[in-house]
Design a protein around this ligand. Structure first.
Ligand code: UD1
Ligand code: CA
Length: 446
């Protein structure tokens, strides 16, 4: 039997998002919201968390994949009903059951761990997370007896005026003694609103002489639940600040954290400097000693050490050590720059390899090209890689010199050490160490 099983509720539609996308799949710092709860759960328990899905179940399953076990709640009859759906799967399997929501991505494993500890130490039937806050946010109110013990949670919709003024709120996160939960959960009765409230278990426990403990938090930030896009933006800002602080403490300089947008999936290395208005997204990895930005977007790319990228967009690319790019260049999918490559301004590179030390300084386009080492790509060079139907390859061998404004009509090969004159339109292969010029380009007679 494991210590704690984690149940994450994610069946609700989230109507206030006003979206075709299920609420828990909206992104936060580049990652679907639900993934945060799943990852936090994974840190708490060796067993995979159980995700209760309903609205958009297939899409949620597809997104989270093997990281969770799924139980479907076909009708959303309330939080109590949602947990009940997991009973046949989980009863007898753990000492404790932790219940949380998929729409609270800022909740930390540390806080959840303390809640589990409280339940285990006290032997309470329920340890619950509560929040002291001035703004009740529509949360259930925590009713305590004259002895200060928790007696019940009252939902806002059915609370008396006196109860409405209570400022201790139910966060909706609980650690239950498992056997107690599974035996009493079927006792929940329909509320006047036609739902089975998980919160009714608190009064049931108290009536049965069981202990209910509360872990009181004052960190409203951590307990932020996302119900609409205003909450989403607020959570995004908090998550961004957490990510930025983590990287600064790991040795990355962020010149202006307020305008630095690093997604949760990105990996950085020490002594890299990120300048303002820079977006690092997706599966991006950046080596040490780089300077990135200002005004740069890097997505799904691998950047080596000591690279400089200014005011440019880099997507799906691989950039080896000591490369400099920009300003105003665009690396697209499959661009691969070898060590020491220089890309100046207004360069576009797609699905191409550039060998070590190759230079492309000014407004050029390379697509479907393989370029050797120490090649000079003159200003305005273009690989004419598309004939209207198909893409064709261009090969430029080591040490070639491509004159300004050369059109390379693919498929075409420029031999090692060959040269093209300014304005050449190269339609046929050029042998090594040969100079071609003109339109169409021909070999210069000796
Ligand atoms: C719930 C609590 C309330 C607490 C608040 C904190 C109950 C009855 N009330 O209220 O005391 O202050 O959370 O946020 O529990 N869900 C399902 N299936 C359902 C219903 C809900 O999976 O049938 C999921 C939702 O997707 C959501 C979570 O449970 O992630 C909370 O449900 P919601 O209806 O938002 O509960 P609240 O009314 O906010
Ligand atoms: Ca809610």
């Amino acid at each position: 039997m494991t210590k704690v099983a984690v149940v994450i509720l994610a069946a609700g539609e989230g109507t206030r998002m006003k979206s075709q996308v299920p609420k828990v799949l909206h992104h936060l710092a580049g990652k679907p919201m639900v993934c945060y709860a799943v990852e936090t759960a994974t840190r708490l328990s060796a067993d995979r968390p159980v995700l209760v899905v309903g609205y958009g179940a297939d899409r949620v399953r597809q997104t989270v994949g093997e990281a969770a076990i799924y139980v479907e709640q076909t009708e959303q009859l309330g939080t109590g009903h949602a947990v009940l759906q997991t009973r046949s799967l989980l009863a007898g399997r753990s000492q404790a059951v932790l219940v949380c929501y998929a729409d609270m991505p800022l909740l930390t494993a540390d806080t959840l761990g303390r809640l589990v500890d409280l339940q285990q130490r006290s032997g309470a039937a329920i340890a619950m997370l509560t929040l002291k806050a001035d703004d009740p946010m529509g949360f259930g109110r925590v009713v305590r007896g004259t002895d200060g013990r928790v007696m019940a949670v009252v939902e806002e919709a059915v609370a008396t005026p006196a109860q409405l003024s209570i400022r201790e709120l139910n966060a909706g996160v609980y650690c239950f003694a498992a056997d107690w939960l599974w035996s009493r959960l079927p006792d929940l009765r329909l509320s006047p609103k036609g739902e089975y409230y998980l919160t009714d278990l608190i009064a049931i426990a108290v009536a049965g002489g069981q202990r209910v403990e509360a872990l009181v938090s004052e960190d409203a930030e951590e307990l932020l639940g996302i119900n609409n896009r205003v909450h989403l933006a607020r959570a995004e800002a908090i998550m961004r600040r957490r990510i930025n602080e983590q990287w600064m403490l790991s040795g990355v300089t962020l010149v202006d954290p307020a305008t630095t947008y690093i997604e949760a999936t990105v990996q950085l290395s020490p002594d890299t400097i990120i300048y303002p208005n820079t977006y690092l997204q997706g599966a991006t990895i950046v080596g040490s000693g780089c300077e990135i930005g200002p005004n740069t977007l890097v997505r799904d790319s691998q950047i080596g050490e000591r690279c400089v990228i200014r005011a440019s967009v880099v997507e799906g690319a691989r950039v080896e050590d000591g490369v400099d790019i920009g300003p105003f260049s665009h690396l697209r999918k499959g661009a691969h720059l070898g060590p020491g490559v220089h890309i100046g301004n207004f360069g576009e590179i797609k699905n191409s390899y550039l060998g070590p030390g190759t230079k492309m300084g000014h407004f050029s386009y390379l697509g479907d090209a393989t370029v050797g080492a120490e090649v000079n790509i003159g200003a305005g060079t273009i690989t004419c890689n598309f004939d209207g139907q198909r893409k064709h390859q261009t090969v430029i061998e080591d040490g070639a010199f491509i004159g300004s404004d050369t059109m390379l009509v693919a498929p075409v090969r420029i031999g090692a050490g060959a040269k093209t004159g300014a304005g050449s339109v190269v339609t046929r292969d050029v042998p090594p160490n040969t100079l071609v010029y003109g339109v169409p380009a021909r070999t210069k007679s000796q």
